[in-house]
Ligand binder design. Structure first.
Ligand SMILES: [Zn+2]
Length: 142
């Protein structure tokens, strides 16, 4: 077991996505949310697609999600996490239309099930242009 964080290609943090990539610093998974209709907007855009409101701001969700689909990667396509690793698409419980492509971690391959409950865990990467906290997901024991 190593505590080294794997090499990853990091996202470019901008004013419009900073809430998402840095929320992990305080343990929060954050999305833009429309204050008028309650819709979570991801990827972030400044206008709610449901009612065209500009009254949108970042808000933390529970961090709980369900596994929509996944694939197991055995091939080192580029430097990255230890093999094999699981590329997952998860749906947040607050609004399943919000889907994240992420990694499923801390889960034996033979225990993975579509629809299984997950919770967020963050992988901190230091970066001279601004640290990021990648949201990964693991089985939710609750
Ligand atoms: Zn709205």
């Amino acid at each position: 077991m190593t505590t080294d964080v794997p090499f990853r290609i990091l996202p470019r943090v901008t004013d419009s996505n900073r809430h998402f990539w840095t929320g992990g610093e305080v343990g929060e998974l954050r999305f833009l949310r429309c204050a008028d209709c309650g819709y979570y907007i991801h990827p972030p855009i400044p206008i709610c697609p449901m009612d065209h409101s500009k009254n949108v701001a970042p808000e933390a969700v529970s961090g709980k999600a369900t596994l929509a689909t996944y694939s197991v990667n055995y091939q080192a396509w580029m430097p990255g996490p230890e093999l094999p690793y699981v590329v997952a698409i998860v749906e947040i419980v607050e609004q399943p239309s919000v889907r994240l492509t992420t990694n499923l971690v801390n889960c034996p391959l033979d225990e993975i099930q579509i629809g299984m409950p997950l919770r967020v865990t963050f992988e901190h990467h230091e970066d001279p242009e601004g640290d990021v906290w990648l949201p990964l997901f693991e089985p939710d024991p609750d």
